[in-house]
Design a protein around this ligand. Structure first.
Ligand SMILES: [Zn+2]
Length: 140
């Protein structure tokens, strides 16, 4: 067990075959997006078949890693003991500049004074031995 693994206490996602390029991108601090080779549609989250045309071939491209914090809540009660140790933390809805929305952790020392519509940027944090998770922090 490495130092990083012994420090990380939260549940770790298990990548599915269709999302491996996404998780591999995070390891390189890139938020990869899946574009359909047939119709060009951006699929979020990663899928086996395009949501528009049903085709199965995709090209992965790095996003800007930048977006807007549309809304958020502050979590005071964790979903399990591991998350409880993290409280309070900010769970936000981020819209990437590429147009997709996701629920994600927000890094902010402003607590409930964190501004809506703030610009945010991707921060990839180690989780276990061989994974990073996407967080977003406020940009000045
Ligand atoms: Zn398509």
């Amino acid at each position: 067990m490495t130092e990083a693994m012994s420090e990380y206490k939260l549940p770790i996602p298990v990548p599915r075959a269709e999302s491996v390029p996404f998780w591999d991108g995070l390891k390189q601090d890139k938020f990869m997006l899946q574009y359909c080779d047939s119709c060009g549609k951006l699929n979020w989250f990663p899928r086996t078949h395009c949501v528009v045309c049903g085709k199965t071939h995709f090209t992965w491209k790095p996003s800007s890693g930048k977006g807007v914090l549309e809304t958020y809540t502050i979590v005071y009660r964790g979903m399990n003991p591991a998350w409880q140790a993290e409280t309070p933390y900010i769970l936000g809805m981020v819209r990437l500049d590429e147009g997709i929305r996701m629920v994600t952790r927000i890094i902010s020392d402003k607590g409930e004074k964190t501004p809506m519509d703030a610009r945010v940027s991707l921060v990839c944090k180690p989780a276990g031995d061989d994974m990073k998770l996407p967080f977003f922090e406020l940009v000045d």
